[in-house]
Design a protein around this ligand. Structure first.
Ligand SMILES: Cc1ncc(COP(=O)(O)O)c(C=O)c1O
Length: 384
């Protein structure tokens, strides 16, 4: 995952400026993550970044990314509106449930959606009888290690099978030319997987010589768990893109769509401690806070970054529990910090991606307010 900004904000001071629970984003951490990715991607000719807005719709986050020259990947009209309001350009789009009205909104905003299946292909053809150039999302293979989570499925449920004769018959019948290819491969966890995506795109562009733009999706956080792998992964993709360019006779644009990688570590959750229990015989104390991991951050691997006030006792083993009545609602298991007391504030890491953008409304508790620290100032950044 991308490193935090060179100098970390004073979370302890900031935690006292907001009403918990609240999320605070750090604009400089977002900028640092973008800068690092841009530098890594110099080995992929024509590469540009589009932030996956599904990961975060906060206007503060999107405005910061727009300022850093990052485009948007949207999967709904509300995401489109958030990206437009933040001034993100260009806008890319793909989602399996787009209907004619969504497609029209996207096109009106200057996007060319990557159509997800045969149904969308036909919807497009009826909605835009005069626009014959389309983007296609192509089906990616599911790696063997991930198949067990996916009912044994060998192929992603998203996108079309480029080798399916029925696809080519439909394209010919409807008079459509494919000019964009989009592949999102789930977790691009290792260089081999990224190289495989390159190979799939090389094969696909032979079938679609009108291709001008390749979109390789996101799923990069796992790859960035090991710096050593990053260089060889991008070099392999760069080699595929160069071969595609040679074969097409022109260099395609290449869009990379990170969500988690850019934003996860750029946000913290400020919580208030509501209860401290030290169950008899248990190794760790249970510290319950006023926000729910289950509702807000089921995918995050979080840490306790700071506590306010700073207590001087020796560190204890602490499990930080969420506020819901769900048994497995844990924000952090096995933290080491001086035992907090009710009313203290805890700053929890990894709250920048897939938190408010996909939160559960458990017990009817409202979502935390969102703030962004930008240029030394704390500003409201809640998506409305
Ligand atoms: C099409 C597409 N692009 C990009 C992403 C972002 O992936 P991540 O947040 O893992 O980087 C997703 C995530 O589901 C996606 O579906």
């Amino acid at each position: 995952m991308a490193p935090p900004a060179a100098s970390s904000p004073d979370w302890r001071a900031l935690a006292l400026e907001v009403d918990p629970p609240a999320i605070i984003y750090d604009a400089s951490a977002l900028e640092a993550a973008v800068e690092e990715l841009h530098a890594d991607l110099t080995v992929v000719p024509g590469a540009e970044l589009a932030f996956a807005v599904k990961a975060n719709r906060s206007p503060g986050v999107l405005r910061t990314l727009a300022r850093a020259g990052v485009g948007a990947d949207v999967a709904s009209v509300p995401e489109l509106r958030a990206a437009q309001a933040a001034g993100m350009r260009p806008i890319h789009a793909t989602a399996p449930a787009f209907g004619a009205v969504d497609l029209k909104d996207l096109v009106a905003a200057g996007a060319r959606p990557d159509l997800d299946g045969m149904t969308q292909l036909r919807t497009w053809s009826t909605a835009f009888p005069d626009d014959r150039q389309i983007g296609l999302r192509i089906r990616a293979p599911v790696p063997p290690v991930e198949r067990e989570h996916d009912g044994g499925r060998r192929w992603s449920r998203f996108g079309v099978d480029v080798a399916d004769p029925a696809l080519h018959e439909a394209l010919a019948e409807l008079g459509l030319e494919v000019v964009q290819l989009h592949i999102h491969a789930g977790e691009m966890a290792n260089p081999e997987r990224v190289a495989l995506i390159g190979e799939v795109l090389e094969a696909a562009t032979q079938l679609f010589p009108g291709t001008m733009l390749l979109n390789v999706g996101g799923g990069l956080a796992a790859l960035y768990g090991d710096d050593e792998r990053v260089g060889s992964a991008w070099t392999a993709l760069g080699a595929s893109v160069a071969r595609i360019g040679a074969q097409l006779g022109r260099a395609p644009r290449v869009v990379v769509e990170p969500g988690m990688l850019v934003a996860a570590m750029a946000g913290v959750l400020v919580t208030e401690v509501r209860a401290v229990e030290t169950p008899r015989g248990a190794e760790a104390a249970t510290v319950t806070v006023d926000a729910s991991a289950w509702a807000l951050m089921p995918w995050s691997v979080a840490r306790v970054l700071d506590a306010v006030p700073e207590r001087s006792e020796a560190p204890s083993l602490v499990d930080v529990a969420g506020s819901s009545c769900y048994e497995r609602d844990w924000l952090v298991i096995g933290a080491r910090c001086p035992l907090p007391r009710p009313g203290d504030r805890l700053v929890i890491s990894a709250a920048g991606a897939y938190v408010t953008s996909m939160a559960r409304n458990v017990h009817g508790v409202p979502l935390p307010d969102e703030w962004i620290l930008d240029g030394g100032r704390l500003e409201r950044a809640t998506f409305t």
